[in-house]
Design a protein around this ligand. Sequence first.
Ligand SMILES: N[C@@H](CCC(=O)N[C@@H](CS)C(=O)NCC(=O)O)C(=O)O
Length: 245
Amino acid sequence: MADRPDLHLYTAATMNGYKPVIFLEEAGLPYDLTHIDFGKREQKAEEYMRLNPNGRIPTLVDRAAGDFAVFESGSILWYLAERTGQFLPDGTLARSEALQWLMFQMAGIGPMMGQAMFFKRIAAPNGHAEPYAIRRYTKESRRLLEVLDRRLAGRSFLLDQGYSIVDMATYPWARAWPWAQVDVDGLDNLAAWFDRIDGRPAVQRALRIPKAVPAFWTPGESETGFAAENAARFATDAKPETEPR
Ligand SMILES: N[C@@H](CCC(=O)N[C@@H](CS)C(=O)NCC(=O)O)C(=O)O
């Protein structure tokens, strides 16, 4: 179809799912989006797994590059940055620094905060209360947020060159501290960075695509309903009898 945009994103309203949407909104690129419904296990459909062998979201397909598929949210951000020449500094050293902080998010902040959330928000309501795991991942998440706080001392964004894909990758996870119930008391540099990114119109738009989930950021009235919905959509992950997929 001639009028389709070049970029097609498969995603859902989760921390990893928001990252490429933030980039696309920031860059003002035309794209279309398929919402993946975990309740229907669309992420495990054979056709989808041909694009993303890991069976998870997000996935980007570049129609202008022969339907080239990119999985892993950090790689999607990197691909978009290289494709557009935006939000990633030039030069070997600056790129190395960007990659270091992107790896730190992908291998540290994301998985640790993800596990803290999983044990509190999915395992526990599905009958697997694991206080030791909750303590371990909550403590490690706090330690990692302290690393970010130190990095942000005297910096507006995570890289010296300014707002980048590293901020886009890290923000959705770190900003969800209320949902993960990780204490951020005293992390003033981090709080100022949250304010800076909260204030970006493209980010605010992105957080409503494909679906607004304000309970991640500011637990309040909507939390109870969302918590139940969230526990239900990942319920199969919490069942011990579930075979590895
Ligand atoms: N490292 C991957 C993680 C992707 C991931 O865990 N996605 C979750 C949502 S945040 C997902 O698709 N969960 C559904 C499932 O596990 O079946 C990335 O950053 O893209």
